[in-house]
Design a protein around this ligand. Structure first.
Ligand SMILES: [Zn+2]
Length: 142
């Protein structure tokens, strides 16, 4: 099932996906999670299959507590969040585009600055036939 963001079903689907993910990371069954928050198994099943739309903020809060995950993480669309966590680079010569994890690039930038280099990190093109350099497409990503 895929709902558009304009549809309120969207947030139920995101929450259900995230609860399932973090529960599995803990290695717990649905019954174990239900037990820990003192809710019924049917309740957890209902949330995780995203057909149950009558739970409270408080219930999600309790689930977040036992899963030891930030409440907001349960409402986060990871697909969207991950996209903004990468920085697009492009070769100035051959036009090849590639992506790097933003945290890696930001660390590198900080390291450069400590060494007195205030340029945004750039790299030799990874295209074998090209001797150009790749630069960030949008400096605002930093
Ligand atoms: Zn190139």
């Amino acid at each position: 099932m895929n709902f558009s963001k304009e549809d309120e079903n969207y947030i139920y689907e995101i929450i259900s996906k995230n609860i399932k993910k973090y529960r599995k990371l803990k290695g717990w069954t649905q019954a174990e999670l239900a037990d820990k928050i003192n809710y019924s198994l049917a309740f957890i099943r209902g949330i995780e299959s995203s057909y149950l739309h009558t739970f409270s903020f408080g219930a999600i809060w309790r689930i977040a507590q036992v899963l030891e995950v930030d409440f907001t993480k349960l409402c986060e669309d990871e697909d969207t969040a991950n996209k903004s966590k990468s920085i697009i680079y492009k070769c100035s010569k051959c036009g090849m585009e590639t992506k790097f994890p933003a945290n890696l690039i930001r660390n590198l930038k900080n390291l450069n600055e400590i060494n007195g280099n205030n340029n945004l990190p750039s790299f030799p093109c990874t295209n074998d036939d090209c001797d150009g350099r790749i630069f960030p497409v949008n400096p605002m990503d930093f």
